[in-house]
Design a protein around this ligand. Structure first.
Ligand code: G3I
Length: 366
């Protein structure tokens, strides 16, 4: 697979100079599908909308209720990531109760549609249930709780998850471990991170185990911290297999031009790399409709992110954080910003969609 990818990387670069196609009428023909356009062994994925911010929005659960959404989800993508449905607050709502219904439904859907699944996430400072954060547990209890959670959740889906985001966002932007807001690191010390990987590996030896974070697309204090930590863990024999960049980008801040070289330095450590949560938000213009120029800029960000991943041998997983603006987390979190996805609220394809499709086709060599 590596040699195929190396040969196709040049074609991906050649695609950079291709003009973006104008939006074509909505069509679901095979040659129009991201998953079919992808090179052999390269997975194009999306988050599966549900839980989190969706619970407070004026629509029913997208994954279970929106037929058009499900149809596009199945046809376009070769990989799916539960947006919230495998997080602690969702899957482990009480100390002695798990709720696997939503996660089970996503994994079953993926298997019916020959998709792989990225598990998200096991050790994080956010979206933890109150019973955990406010539980006043002893260190021994907390350690047992984390071990039991990882063993139970990873074990339930053993053999059915391609990649797990084991540790999510453990550093702040200055590259300091989150020793205050991450309950596990605060209470149990940094060594718990290695244990989380060990427990996950024991529960599913086939799953590839990742560190995942935002603001680590380029070479900076935070990505440097991961680079140092990963080498240390690999020296200790900890089963760490991958480093992934979320890539929640904004046209306000410019494109991280050193994305490819950053991925390459993790690749050089023997790790897999991945893009796991790409979206590209923009300022909502007066009148509320993005300009053609804004959409072109956005498409460029999508194209460049994909091209960087395609150019790195061990970057075989590329996931966007939802495909339609209809269900995006962005307007809920960032006032005055939005339109971050590759399809409109009505599932119309934007230039960003075609940027991905054309770049994949060029990389596949057809
Ligand atoms: O915790 C409160 C709860 O107390 C309250 O009852 C409920 C009412 O709606 O809101 C709860 O918080 C919500 C949280 O999900 C937990 O379910 C937030 O309002 C909601 O905004 C939040 O959204 C999710 C967010 O992660 C949380 O950080 C988004 O749906 C989800 O897209 C987003 O995804 C993250 C990735 O997992 C990691 N990387 C960044 C990415 C974007 O933030």
């Amino acid at each position: 697979m590596r040699s195929v990818r190396t040969a196709t990387a040049a074609l991906a670069v050649a695609a950079l100079s291709l003009p973006l196609l104008a939006a074509a009428p909505h069509s679901e023909a095979r040659h129009d599908r991201l998953r079919a356009a992808a090179p052999e062994g390269f997975f194009v994925g999306t988050a599966v909308a549900g839980g989190g911010h969706h619970l407070s929005q004026p629509y029913p659960d997208p994954f279970t209720s929106d037929k058009q959404y499900r149809k596009i989800l199945a046809r376009q993508f070769g990989s799916v990531s539960p947006e919230n449905q495998m997080k602690w607050d969702f899957i482990h709502p009480e100390r002695d109760r798990y709720d696997f219904a939503a996660a089970d439904a996503i994994v079953a859907f993926a298997e019916r549609n020959r998709q792989v699944v990225r598990g998200h996430t096991l050790l994080w400072h956010s979206q933890n249930p109150e019973w955990l954060e406010q539980g006043n547990f002893s260190k021994e209890q907390l350690r047992a709780i984390l071990r039991e959670h990882i063993t139970t959740v990873v074990g339930r889906y053993a053999g059915r998850i391609q990649q797990w985001d084991v540790a999510n966002e453990i550093f702040d932007d200055q590259g300091r471990l989150r020793t205050q807001d991450n309950i596990w690191i605060r209470e149990l010390g940094p060594g718990v991170v290695a244990d989380a990987f060990r427990w996950a590996h024991a529960a599913d030896p086939r799953a590839k185990l990742f560190f995942n974070d935002y603001n680590v697309e380029g070479v900076n204090a935070k990505s440097n911290a991961y680079h140092t930590l990963v080498q240390d863990l690999l020296r200790q024999g900890v089963p760490v297999h991958g480093f992934s960049v979320q890539a929640h980008l904004s046209t306000r801040y410019g494109f991280p031009g050193d994305l490819e070289s950053n991925l390459r330095r993790f690749d050089a450590l023997g790790l897999e790399t991945a893009v796991t949560e790409l979206d590209v938000r923009m300022d909502v213009p007066e009148g509320g409709v993005p300009t053609a120029e804004q959409e072109r800029t956005q498409a460029e960000y999508y194209r460049r992110t994909l091209a960087a991943c395609l150019a790195v041998d061990g970057c075989d997983s590329f996931t966007i954080w939802g495909f339609t603006d209809k269900y995006s987390w962005v307007p809920v979190f960032f006032e005055g910003e939005g339109f971050a996805n590759v399809m409109t609220d009505e599932f119309e394809r934007k230039p960003a969609f075609y940027a991905l499709l054309d770049t994949l086709k060029a990389a596949r060599g057809r």
